[in-house]
Design a protein around this ligand. Structure first.
Ligand code: PM9
Length: 461
């Protein structure tokens, strides 16, 4: 029988402008890494060849978005771009009220301050660094209620972002619904490897929380990527568009925080969206303290215009097919080389399992941080630690030791080519070949908050 010819994915755009990259030598990279204290966040971007540090604010904007930038209305109050954005958030996302913020954490700060009281419990489907910190700073305690499968890189369950409803019920029983201001529900769970939550699970979550009068607040930073996986994997959604699925996801929630720097294809921006008038009113008042007037929230008019256009592009089926297609392509290449990665491949990057890659390095010697440094040394590819350093410390000062010790190879949207993906996989494979000779590190400087951004390390001899 003739084998059917494979149908490849391809980008639904062509390149109009290029940004030249600097190539570096191994010697230059060694020096740069030493100066950066072996923390890839502290490298200068000019010292980087392929930048997979994050997909946050690193997307390539479209010609339409750039044209929109020229339509920026930079009035202090009542910019027309705000009203355009407000309309788009209502139309595409389905939330009633909008508060723009400079980025996602601005929205997290305001929301946490409004909804959380000292001693409250905030259950969520795995922590995210900035989200949990704002919850803690507001006096709350985060409790992980993601399904156990999410903590196992090998487990191929298609919806590893799901909430374990038994864990939630237990928390409600233990603390009482009054102590739980909301469930913090993320789509495309970042720290689990960009893993989606299913619509079925979300509906069930909605039913349980409704019964107890608890809100669901959605971290919708990568909601369109989650919608893609629902379309691909969940029964009944194959003929629905990403746009329809996104709107349905949001309909089971009461409000959202958004870092528009990811899905929404802009270099800066975010918002808080909420259906409850009272919360909106308080947030509208609070945003003037922390961000700026409620019709710009720390953003220029042009940024809001680019965001409004980017949101529309983000829910285009062809865009999302190519976006996730490229990530899957890299994942398959890595697996061909035998590199241990989190499975199934998530939406925004490949997460390499550093515990399996460097099993001889104990977690307190930072295997993921070490691996990120080694990949940079090999080829100038910059990745990010998502393990014990990112997890930080508990309120009592003890380190969190997360089960997942990962290096994230995050793919910016519409930026790199398939040949870049090949270079990345080959570089990681070279490091994999010499993995037995790699030694761990010790932390020599640790900032108090979000230490992964600025911590410094030394190589162990
Ligand atoms: N995420 C990321 O690289 C950028 C900063 S942390 C290294 O993945 C979620 C799910 C995020 C996120 C940022 C934020 C905060 C909230 N939720 O960075 O403040 O992935 O816009 O958003 C980053 P901002």
């Amino acid at each position: 029988m003739i084998k059917p010819i494979k149908k490849s994915w391809a980008e639904p755009y062509k390149i109009k402008m290029v940004e030249l990259l600097k190539m570096t030598t191994a010697r230059q990279r060694k020096k740069a890494l030493e100066e950066a204290g072996y923390n890839t966040f502290l490298l200068r971007s000019e010292e980087v060849y392929i930048d997979l540090l994050t997909d946050s604010g690193t997307s390539a904007m479209s010609d339409h978005q750039w044209a929109g930038m020229m339509l920026g209305d930079e009035a202090y109050a009542g910019s027309r771009n705000f009203y355009h954005l407000e309309e788009v958030v209502k139309d595409i996302y389905g939330y009633k009220y909008l508060i723009p913020t400079h980025q996602g954490r601005g929205a997290e700060n305001i929301l946490s301050k409004i909804l959380i009281k000292k001693g409250d419990i905030i259950p969520g489907n795995m922590y995210f660094t900035t989200t949990r910190l704002h919850q803690e700073l507001a006096g709350g305690k985060f409790e992980d209620i993601i399904i156990d499968e999410a903590h196992d890189p090998e487990n191929e369950f298609p919806f590893k972002g799901n909430v374990d409803l038994n864990k939630l019920e237990k928390l409600i029983k233990k603390y009482g619904a009054k102590k739980i201001p909301y469930v913090s529900m993320a789509t495309s769970v970042n720290m689990a490897g960009g893993q989606p939550i299913s619509m079925k699970n979300l509906k069930e979550l909605r039913a349980v929380t409704k019964k107890h009068g608890i809100r669901v607040i959605h971290d919708m930073t990568r909601v369109a990527e989650n919608a893609h996986f629902i379309q691909q994997r969940e029964k009944g959604y194959q003929t629905k568009s990403i746009k329809e699925i996104v709107k349905e996801i949001n309909s089971y929630t009461d409000g959202a925080t958004m870092s528009a720097k990811k899905d929404a294809l802009v270099n800066i921006g975010g918002f808080l969206a909420i259906n409850d008038w009272d919360v909106f009113e308080e947030a509208r008042n609070m945003v003037v303290v922390y961000e700026g007037l409620h019709t710009y929230g720390g953003l220029a008019g042009r940024d809001m215009e680019a965001m409004a256009i980017g949101i529309g592009e983000s829910v285009n089926d062809d865009h999302m097919h190519a976006r996730v297609g490229q990530v899957v392509y890299l994942g398959e290449k890595m697996m061909e080389f035998g590199i241990p990665i989190v499975k199934p491949v998530g939406g925004h990057g490949i997460f390499v399992d550093a515990k399996k890659f460097l099993p001889h390095i104990p977690q307190h010697q930072f295997p993921a941080q070490t691996l990120a440094a080694e990949v940079y040394l090999d080829s100038g590819v910059r990745t990010m630690e998502r393990g014990v350093v990112s997890a930080g410390r508990k309120a009592n000062g003890e380190n969190y030791f997360p089960k997942l010790e990962l290096v994230r190879f995050t793919i910016p949207r519409r930026v790199y080519t398939q040949a870049h993906m090949d270079v990345i996989a080959e570089s990681t494979a070279r490091v994999f070949e010499r993995r037995h000779h790699i030694k761990g590190m010790k932390m020599i400087y640790e900032p108090k908050y979000l230490r992964f951004f600025q911590a410094r390390f030394e190589k162990l001899k």
